[in-house]
Design a protein around this ligand. Structure first.
Ligand SMILES: *Cc1c(COP(=O)(O)O)cnc(C)c1O
Length: 414
């Protein structure tokens, strides 16, 4: 029975162009990497798929700090944080984060988690107790959705970015405690949540505002503290989740919030309480990563990254103007996530394969990661991409657009 089920599921996914495939990376997160094809031949691909936006994962100071951390602390943490897993290195990272976010969150404290997925699950379930109503943006990350599914709270979804719709739902709610939940930078669209308006609603309706800033941290704000710094927000109602495996170049995640919130999480977040703390060596290296991210080197890299984003955005805009016949479109993104929405799953995968033939890897993204009919190439940029790299991508896309135009059957209008 089981194996029939596995086969049927696989066939069904394949028929919808939805099969997922595991690939082996040979070159870390570098923009140019040797990649083995199915036949075994190895060739270099130019990658536009990493979330290591600042290129810090390959920074020699991080490798050095990791080695130093391992020499000092050895391997794993050995226990959950509340037992004996919370080392001085964990505490130092929490102190750094509490200090960094103090201008934005009064009495800011930080709690560390092993991954962003875990942080979101922990904070949404711990705050989303019975009696609470969660208000979730329709395009929230899967980990926030899973947290909401696991929470005892009532869940209300509002249409993506629609502040008026959220306000109507808040007004209609009789829940004594309300939690607004949103991505800071949406992971598949690259647009930034309207946080000032969301915070104003949180204040008006006595709610908390949970922001998952996995893609804003390191990228937005003068010091790279993310969308909260970008908008200059300050409120005890802010609950911020940041991930450290993306632009911080390492691994892990944190929740920063007013101490009353983090105290509650410490008592109630089951996956904080019942899961082994991250290896202290990682935490030791995170101090170096965060200092790089927030300091002059981070600023310099953010500057380079912003220039590449503008270049790509301008190139894509021009390309779409030249090809009004194609159903391709861009999102409202000004961040390093620059998706090219093409529509069907088959077309997204065809285009991804076309790029790969030309030596460029951009992942095709399909439902359920994105809504049906909005399959896309999710192009992400890093500070380590050069102007020539971006131009190479644009040229291949221009060629692909011309081919698509020629391939279109006469008289076709869809
Ligand atoms: C990647 C991501 C996460 C999960 O973080 P991990 O540290 O990779 O588990 C959470 N939220 C968003 C929006 C993400 O893009």
């Amino acid at each position: 029975m089981w194996f029939d089920h596995f086969r049927a599921t696989r066939e069904q996914l394949a028929a919808q162009d939805l099969l997922r495939q595991l690939r082996v990376a040979h070159g870390g997160t570098a923009p140019r990497q040797p990649v083995a094809s199915a036949g075994g031949a190895v060739r270099e691909l130019l990658m536009f798929c990493s979330n290591d936006y600042l290129g810090l994962a390959a920074h020699p100071a991080l490798a050095e700090a990791l080695c130093e951390g391992v020499r000092r602390w050895g391997g794993g943490s050995g226990a959950s944080p509340l037992v004996s897993g919370h080392s001085q290195a964990h505490e130092a990272v929490a102190q750094w984060l509490g200090g960094a976010y103090a201008p934005h969150i009064p009495q800011a404290r930080a709690l560390g988690f092993c991954t962003g997925y875990m942080a979101n699950l922990g904070v949404v379930t711990a705050l989303g107790e019975a009696g609470v109503e969660l208000f979730c943006d329709a395009l929230n990350h899967a980990s926030l959705i899973d947290g909401a599914r696991l929470a005892r709270a009532q869940v209300t979804v509002w249409p993506h970015g629609d502040v008026a719709a959220l306000e109507a739902r808040l007004r209609a709610s009789s829940a004594p405690r309300k939690l607004i939940v949103t991505d800071g930078v949406f992971s598949m669209d690259g647009d930034i949540a309207p946080l000032p308006a969301l915070l104003a609603l949180a204040e008006a309706f006595d709610a908390l505002l949970l922001v998952d800033d996995a893609h804003g941290l390191g990228v937005l704000g003068q010091q790279g503290l993310g969308c909260i710094e970008h908008f200059g927000l300050s409120s005890p109602r802010l609950v911020l989740v940041g991930t450290l495996g993306k632009s911080a170049g390492l691994a892990g995640a944190f929740v920063v919030a007013h101490q009353a919130v983090t105290d509650h999480l410490l008592q109630k977040a089951r996956n904080y309480i019942f899961s082994t703390a991250s290896p202290p060596a990682i935490e030791h290296a995170l101090l170096t990563a965060l200092a790089l991210l927030a300091g002059p080197e981070g600023q310099h890299r953010r500057h380079a990254l912003a220039a590449r984003c503008r270049q790509l955005r301008e190139g894509l805009t021009e390309l779409l103007q030249k090809h009004p016949e194609l159903p391709w479109r861009l999102t409202d993104s000004t961040t390093p996530i620059q998706p090219l929405i093409v529509g069907s799953n088959a077309e997204a995968m065809r285009l991804a394969a076309r790029l790969e033939q030309a030596g460029i890897r951009v992942p095709g993204i399909r439902p359920p990661t994105v809504p049906a009919g909005t399959a896309r190439l999710r192009i992400t940029l890093c500070a380590s991409h050069t102007e020539a790299d971006v131009e190479q991508l644009l040229q291949v896309l221009r060629d692909a657009a011309s081919e698509a135009q020629m391939a279109e059957p006469e008289g076709a209008d869809a």
